[in-house]
Design a protein around this ligand. Structure first.
Ligand code: B1M
Length: 214
């Protein structure tokens, strides 16, 4: 039997090379051994994707490598999702979530969703490449407490402002709390676009969201 350290090392290495079946196998092994889902995420899967990003920046990895690593991580997340989200707590608020127009990254957004669900939020996920008019229509339809927008590229971050303008124009800006986030986003940027809240990672999002609906 593999030790927990060997499993974490294996998960990191296999995610890095995008070996989906191995990542899935190791995830199941780890859970069978009683390892915590959070440990797998924060000590292996997320660090591995960070390394993928670093290699991409250096020109050692290209889009296909990034894609298969992302898929391997997403496969593991499907197994971890029910364990992270199922706490049986009562619904504390409605959270509408989407990745902005022009941006296809969704692993980080999905992780935020899982943590929010785990904390008792009802999450409505609009998916990726969500245009401003879709955010507006969904807010009108679902009446969420908070709308969350993710952007993972410096080139798509300006969509936050476009979304805020669309909300303003539709006369619904004051009806919802707006939170923004994603790897390149900062508190300063969130303030500049007029968002009500920003968080750097999934657990910080939960904390901030709870604060904002108080
Ligand atoms: Co892309 N990509 N990618 N990519 N990709 C990044 C983001 C990049 C940082 C890599 C790098 O250069 N180091 C870089 C962006 C640079 C920049 O603009 N600053 C980049 C690039 C350049 C690109 C392309 C342009 C590449 C190309 O085509 N030349 C292209 C763009 C496509 C598009 O969207 N139009 C592209 C494509 C892709 C893939 C499709 C191959 C794949 C995405 C798969 C998928 O998501 N389904 C991919 C991947 C996998 C990555 C990296 C390697 C990993 C992303 C990830 O899932 N991280 C990424 C490098 C990196 O992040 N280090 C990279 C793990 C995840 C748990 O973290 O996403 O940060 P993260 O989410 C966090 C926080 O951001 C926060 O909480 C999450 C959980 O803790 N958060 C919020 C997220 N949303 C929030 C909302 C909130 C609050 C917090 O409130 C509402």
């Amino acid at each position: 039997m593999m030790t927990p350290d060997e499993i974490l090392r294996g998960l990191y290495d296999e995610t890095l090379v995008g070996n989906g079946p191995a990542v899935l196998g190791l995830t199941n092994d780890a859970l069978q051994q009683g390892m915590e889902p959070q440990t797998l995420l924060f000590d292996a899967l997320i660090p591995s994707l960070e390394e993928v990003g670093a290699r991409f920046e250096r020109g050692d990895f290209f889009v296909p490598e990034m894609l298969i690593a992302g898929r391997a991580m997403a496969g593991a997340m499907e197994v971890l999702r029910p364990l992270l989200a199922d706490t049986g707590v009562q619904t504390i608020g409605k959270f509408l979530m989407g990745t902005v127009k022009g941006d296809v990254h969704d692993i980080g957004k999905n992780l935020v969703n899982i943590m929010l669900e785990g904390a008792g939020f009802e999450v409505i996920d609009l998916g990726v490449q969500v245009p401003p008019e879709k955010f507006v229509a969904a807010i009108e339809e679902h009446q969420p407490d908070i709308v969350g927008m993710s952007a993972f590229l410096t080139t798509t971050m300006p969509m936050f402002k476009a979304n805020m303008n669309a909300l303003q124009k539709a006369g619904i800006r004051d009806e919802v709390i707006v939170m923004v986030g994603g790897a390149p986003v900062t508190q300063e940027y969130a303030d500049a676009v007029g968002a009500d809240g920003y968080a750097a990672d999934a657990s910080a999002t939960v904390k901030k969201a709870k604060e904002l609906i108080q």
